[in-house]
Write a protein that binds this ligand. Structure first.
Ligand code: FEO
Length: 177
């Protein structure tokens, strides 16, 4: 059972995860336009992860007998100055999501909602990984500065990222990732 306050807060988080997917779709497109196919791949994998994050909450609300409310998704920025600009904005956005997950956890604690606290633990852990990945790529980009050769090496590395989360939700979100 979800309290109305918890239910509302989880619906807000679906919207934030959907916006995250939209933002990374935009960055994937921008990467393609810059000729950075590896970055485009990395951001598209990120898009799939965010859709999975949203769908996990969607399914959780439904399983708890709550009410799902889908809200308008904001328009993401469509222009970015560089790969470093995109990765810096990615990190800033993930830090915003981390604060949002922490706020959700605070609400779950205040509402004495143990099930939602356990559910949210997955997201707490996930955010550590997300920020770590972004920090690693930013460090590499700063290391090579503006060197085209260095940028191409990072791009080749990011081309290897595979989407590991489920992408077909017709039968639910499936197992844990
Ligand atoms: Fe769903 Fe990237 O946080």
């Amino acid at each position: 059972m979800l309290s109305a306050k918890m239910n509302d807060a989880l619906n807000e988080q679906i919207n934030k995860e959907m916006y995250s997917a939209y933002l990374y779709m935009s960055m994937s497109n921008q990467s393609n336009e810059m000729g950075l196919k590896g970055f485009a791949n990395w951001f598209m994998a990120q898009y799939h992860e965010e859709m999975y994050h949203a769908m996990k909450i969607y399914e959780y609300i439904a399983r708890q007998g709550g009410k799902i409310t889908l809200k308008a998704i904001d328009e993401p920025p469509g222009e970015f100055a560089s790969a470093l600009d995109m990765m810096t904005k990615t990190l800033e956005h993930e830090q915003f999501v981390t604060r949002s997950i922490n706020d959700l956890m605070e609400t779950a604690i205040a509402e004495k909602d143990h099930a939602t606290q356990i559910f949210l633990q997955w997201y707490v852990t996930e955010q550590v990984e997300e920020e770590e990945n972004d920090n690693d790529i930013i460090a590499q980009l700063k290391l090579v500065k503006e060197s085209p050769h260095g940028l191409m090496m990072i791009d080749r590395d990011l081309a290897g990222r595979m989407t590991t989360v489920p992408t077909d939700f017709s039968k639910g979100v499936g197992g844990e990732e």
